[in-house]
Design a protein around this ligand. Structure first.
Ligand SMILES: *Cc1c(COP(=O)(O)O)cnc(C)c1O
Length: 441
């Protein structure tokens, strides 16, 4: 049915990947530079990829895969989109970095600010983590307060004060989830469950006058896809206003993904500060934070909140971002992407329903999450960790058939503009076969 060298269960191999991974482990902790890449929660070894094209990845063993990881979200146009590649190549030919303003800054700045109703100024940084770290500092600088409220099950990068989970009992101060975080930092973070208006209000009331901001992934997509009711997000907006607390939408995943205005636009809720990453750099390392002019004027050199970066707004990265965002503004872009994703997940759901498999595919825009339950999950504590074994089997069986998911059942999948209907039909067929193995052996 295709001319691409997809593996089959009989031919699938990781011979070369396995060798490279063994060598990598002698150079780098776990063989990787970001933990989830190490295939710890699925069957390894990690696969080494050497090329991407459209929605396909090609590994060092010469096999092709339909890619649903898309570099964890940035590649909404797929790999090496011609317009992005061209702009990156011509920009790089003129120099990789100047440490000065460049015309690309203004191009992408105007493009974003003209097309996002909730922000008036933006600052570019080099990662989502850096965007969040800077946004938190800004919120603290503007309010003169130090505590931050976050939600259990939301990920905000590896910022010290964000690597915390809820403590047990009624004490809601954070407990760090990583070594190396001073207790005092975790103490500045208050953790509340998602989808729980009472817990949120009580945290705001108990800490009134001390909280700088509440930070949330409005579409929580780093611990499964924990879709929130719009009423909860509206409540969050009302209560933060009532208590004079800033609201940060961490849109590093959802920004430019569920629409050009991200989740803020989708739900029509105006946060005080937004953070971006992933898509905004079109595959290059870029993050950003943005807000009203009044808030952003607090950032150095205009204001007292210091934040800087040698490679911030790197011209090649700005070029990739500009070329990518330009494509997203073309009429019908999001509609067609969403329609494809809805068809694809419907296809999978219908198969699972017919077979009686306990799997659902919650989705929003072009984000979807294969999850081994029929319940609608809003909070991380509703995820049954023991069912991740099903994902582990599915992941391996999909690999053997040429379909690549991020190597963890807590990660979402992404459909890109480069996934054609034929690619998605092929992938759906292979995923269904894989689910047969999961449930019927
Ligand atoms: C990916 C992500 C981050 C961290 O971004 P990095 O570029 O990996 O540092 C922060 N917040 C959210 C919501 C993310 O999805």
């Amino acid at each position: 049915m295709n001319s691409r060298p997809y593996p089959t269960p009989a031919t699938f191999t990781r011979a070369r990947s396995g060798e490279l991974f063994e060598t990598a482990k002698t150079y780098f902790p776990g063989g990787v530079h970001s933990p989830v890449r190490a295939f710890k929660s699925v069957q390894g070894p990690a696969i080494f990829f050497e090329r991407g094209e459209g929605c396909h990845l090609f590994d060092v063993d010469g096999q092709a895969f339909v890619d649903f990881c898309c570099s964890w979200g940035p590649l909404i146009l797929g790999h090496v989109h011609p317009a992005v590649l061209e702009r990156v190549q011509t920009t790089a030919a003129n120099g990789m970095s100047f440490g000065t303003p460049t015309p690309h800054d203004n191009l992408i700045g105007k493009l974003i600010l003209d097309n996002h109703r909730f922000i008036e100024m933006i600052r570019f940084v080099s990662s989502g983590t850096e965007a969040v770290m800077s946004a938190l500092r800004l919120a603290r600088g503007v309010t003169g307060r130090s505590k931050v409220i976050k939600f259990e099950g939301c990920y905000h990068g590896h910022v010290d004060s964000m690597l915390v989970k809820a403590g047990s009992g009624l004490v809601t101060f954070g407990i760090s989830t990583s070594a190396g975080i001073p207790e005092a930092y975790a103490q500045e973070t208050i953790v509340v469950p998602l989808a729980d208006p009472e817990a949120l209000e009580s945290a705001l009331r108990q800490n009134a006058g001390e909280v700088a901001c509440v930070i949330i992934e409005p579409i929580p997509a780093n611990n499964g896809l924990l879709l929130q009711n719009i009423e909860f997000l509206q409540f969050l907006r009302e209560k933060t206003r009532e208590y004079g607390v800033l609201l940060i939408f961490d849109e590093v995943i959802s920004g430019f993904r569920v629409g050009f205005e991200g989740a803020a636009g989708l739900y029509d809720i105006e946060p005080d500060i937004l953070t971006f990453g992933k898509i905004i750099g079109g595959g290059m390392p870029v993050g950003a934070y943005a807000a009203s002019r009044a808030i952003m004027e607090n950032v150095a050199p205009m204001g007292p909140v210091y934040q800087a970066g040698t490679l911030s707004a790197n011209p090649v990265a700005m070029a990739a971002g500009f070329a990518t965002l330009t494509e997203l503004l073309k009429p019908g872009f999001y509609e067609s992407l969403e329609e494809k994703t809805a068809q694809f997940t419907m296809h999978l759901q219908a198969y699972c329903d017919t077979r009686g498999y306990e799997v659902t595919f919650p989705h929003v825009g072009s984000i979807f999450w294969p999850t081994f339950t029929r319940k609608h999950i809003h909070r991380s504590d509703e995820i049954d960790g023991s069912r991740m074994d099903f994902f582990k089997t599915m992941h391996l069986e999909c690999l053997k058939r040429g379909v690549y998911f991020g190597p963890s059942g807590y990660e979402v999948g992404f459909v890109s503009a480069a996934h054609t209907e034929a690619d998605l039909d092929f992938a759906a067929e292979m995923i269904c076969e894989s689910l047969d193995v999961v449930f019927e052996g």
